[in-house]
Design a protein around this ligand. Structure first.
Ligand code: AMP
Ligand code: MG
Length: 347
């Protein structure tokens, strides 16, 4: 299969649907899979009601079939069509955070989205992306789009169309290239199907912001911990991993440098993931700065690209600095720990 690339301007006049978007929308209606930018990462979309189309997502990604997909919508009527009910808490959050990086898990309306999307769960995960091209595509297709991140399963999520093509060229019908994504880590997944809203995956919307809007919010047991039984089915899989083994070092730069020195003495080629503030403090084979600590949003924005850049350097192993687990830092550390397979070296 030859993968079509539609290059479009990121700033869309909402009244004007570009011919490229129309064509991509037609392909989606015909049951093809198309990658598109969102404000978090690139998604790989298919008609959520079409089981064969959804099957192409799992095939292209190599995604385990028990890991359900998020359904992307452009209006609340689409949510009402696929959810059996929208609890008051969910309504409040939709008004406050949509469009935006918040996914809500709601009771599913039977016979709407494909069972492959929801992995036979009684719930469905929905979100409205805050990206003009994503919204234009959903509107032009008239479909709710099931869309996981547009990477091969296990790899870092794509934040550019080039990342999508590196993983999926020849495996998907097309990709809309709308430039780099903004936030850089995926949406927060919040389960609203029970008594107390529960974060299943930390992401672009912080726990603090959610609590401010609706009061009590819990975190799923084992949210960042691979050993505990997962509530979000996706939590149990290895994710975001660069080719070289990655370890997080929780301690001062001197400790990280000591580990680098030991590994290099053992003949290894070593990479360091740090930030602009600290990059001159390390002597290693490859030192990559991922944003600045002063603004953790810049770290989130650059994280997956930085992990992918290590793949091109051929290092044998990577040591990463740790980040404060507050605000967006919770999502950054959640992704880093998964990329590291849980390896955290402490002082
Ligand atoms: P991705 O599509 O790669 O961003 O991952 C989607 C995340 O949402 C995974 O962690 C899924 O397990 C989670 N998810 C999707 N649908 C549901 C659902 N119905 N219930 C709980 N978690 C879900
Ligand atoms: Mg993903």
């Amino acid at each position: 299969m030859k993968t079509r690339v539609w290059t479009v301007d990121n700033i869309v006049d909402k009244q004007q649907i570009y011919p490229q978007i129309q064509e991509a929308a037609e392909w989606l209606r015909a049951g093809e899979v198309v990658a598109f930018p969102t404000e978090t990462v690139y998604g790989l979309g298919a008609d959520a009601a079409n089981t064969a189309a959804v099957g192409k997502i799992f095939a292209a990604k190599g995604r385990p079939s028990d890991n359900p997909l998020i359904v992307h919508v452009a209006n609340v009527a689409q949510v009402e069509a696929i959810a059996a009910a929208i609890p008051p808490v969910a309504k409040t959050l939709m008004e406050r955070f949509w469009p935006g990086p918040l996914t809500l898990v709601l009771p599913k309306r039977a016979g709407t989205v494909s069972e492959r999307v929801t992995a036979n769960l009684p719930t469905v995960a929905v979100r409205m992306p805050d990206h003009p091209l994503a919204l234009a595509l959903i509107e032009a297709s008239g479909l709710a789009l099931a869309a996981p991140s547009a990477n091969r399963s296990g790899k870092p999520s794509p934040t550019t169309a080039a990342h999508v093509l590196a993983d999926l060229n020849g495996r998907i019908a097309g990709v809309i290239d709308g430039g780099p994504t903004g936030i850089g880590v995926e949406s927060t997944v919040l389960d609203c199907s029970g008594e107390v809203p529960t974060i299943l995956r930390p992401g672009g919307v912080t726990k603090e912001a959610l609590s401010e809007a609706v009061g009590r919010v819990e975190e799923a047991v084992g949210m960042g911990d691979e050993q505990t039984a997962p509530k979000a089915p996706g939590m149990k899989y290895t994710h975001y991993a660069p080719k070289a083994p990655l370890s997080i070092v929780s301690g001062p730069p001197s400790l990280l440098q000591q580990l680098v020195d030991e590994s290099r003495a053992g003949g290894k080629t070593v990479g360091v993931l740090t930030t602009e503030e600290n990059k001159s403090r390390y002597a290693a084979d490859v030192v990559l700065a991922c944003g600045t600590r002063r603004e953790l949003e810049t770290v989130a924005h650059r994280l997956y690209d930085t992990l992918r850049r290590f793949d091109e350097t051929g290092v044998d192993l990577i040591y990463s600095e740790a980040f404060p687990e507050e605000g967006i830092g919770v999502a950054i550390m959640n992704r880093l720990k998964k990329a590291a397979g849980g390896r955290v070296i402490r002082e």
